[in-house]
Design a protein around this ligand. Structure first.
Ligand code: S5P
Length: 276
């Protein structure tokens, strides 16, 4: 069987049963974009302006709704409208990290009610597989998908070696809900004995720490180019935040930068899928 590295997003969509994974892969194929925009700003007005400007070029919008100072639930409705208009998937980057019972409450309830609107969310594997059980009790009936943080982009990250391997084993045991990883490279077969990894293993790899103009941010973030991430490391989605919205919220600049990242990410994917 061809490995996911060489398969097209459309081919891989057929292998996934989880609705959020399918939706993401189909959206990537339809829009010819493997770019996700990460929108980390504190004013709803800026947030919506960035999503609207970058929306046509991305397969996914990644949010941190808890940094919005003027959040109210109507923002979610606006975001959902934009998601329909521009055809993108929504990923709240909540990074859950608590016991099963607590994360189930944090996911379903409170101010944000993340499970109601976010197709995809993520969790740190640090509490063990009970975290997947807790989140899945809420998200699976709603057709949501979960990413585990198997690696991080930051300098000195502790998510390496056997921790990363355990994260992959945890995902392998919950393939209905865990659709892939936040990681810096492909994870298929990691941590499995040669006869253990299922042949059809296909995890989605969403990768932050992507920038064309800088190598880092002075606070531990490390950037690689779309080509390094998609072609050399075999990741599926490039996540770009400040590389797209920088320090200014000019819609023209945001659209132009998003278009550039989209083109670079897609060119790397085309090169990858046409190599043997
Ligand atoms: O390892 C990680 C995991 C995540 S989800 N490194 C990251 O940077 N992130 C997130 O990606 C981070 O929380 C931020 O929202 C985004 C990167 O933003 P940028 O502005 O540095 O591109």
């Amino acid at each position: 069987m061809t490995s996911p590295y060489h398969q097209t997003y459309a081919e891989r969509a057929l292998n996934h049963e989880n609705p959020a994974a399918k939706l993401l892969l189909e959206t990537m194929e339809r829009k010819k974009s493997n770019l996700a925009v990460s929108v980390d700003v504190t004013r709803s007005e800026d947030f919506l302006a960035i999503v609207d400007a970058a929306g046509p070029y991305v397969c996914l919008v990644k949010t941190h709704v808890d940094v919005l100072e003027d959040f109210d639930y109507s923002l979610v409705e606006r975001l959902q409208e934009l998601s329909k208009r521009h055809d993108f998937v929504i990923f709240e980057d909540r990074k859950f990290a608590d016991i099963g019972n607590t994360v189930a409450l944090q996911y379903s309830s409170g101010v944000y009610k993340i499970a109601n609107w976010s197709h995809i969310t993520n969790a740190h594997p640090v509490p063990g597989s009970s975290i997947v059980k807790g989140l899945s009790s809420v998200g699976l009936p709603l057709g949501r998908g979960l990413l585990l943080l198997a690696e991080m982009s930051t300098k000195g990250s502790l998510a390496t070696g056997s921790y990363t391997e355990e994260a992959v084993r945890m995902a392998r045991a919950h393939r209905d809900f865990v659709i892939g990883f936040i990681a810096q490279r492909r994870m298929d077969g990691i941590g499995a004995a040669p006869d253990e990894a299922p042949e059809d293993e296909d995890f989605l790899i969403l990768t932050p720490g992507v920038g064309l103009e800088s190598k880092g941010d002075g606070m531990g973030q490390q950037y690689r180019t779309p080509r390094e991430v998609v072609l050399d490391s075999g990741c599926d989605v490039i996540i770009v935040g400040r590389g797209i919205y920088g320090s200014e919220f000019q819609p023209d600049t945001i659209a132009a930068r998003a278009e550039r990242y989209m083109a670079e990410g897609w060119a790397a994917y085309v090169e990858r899928t046409s190599s043997t």
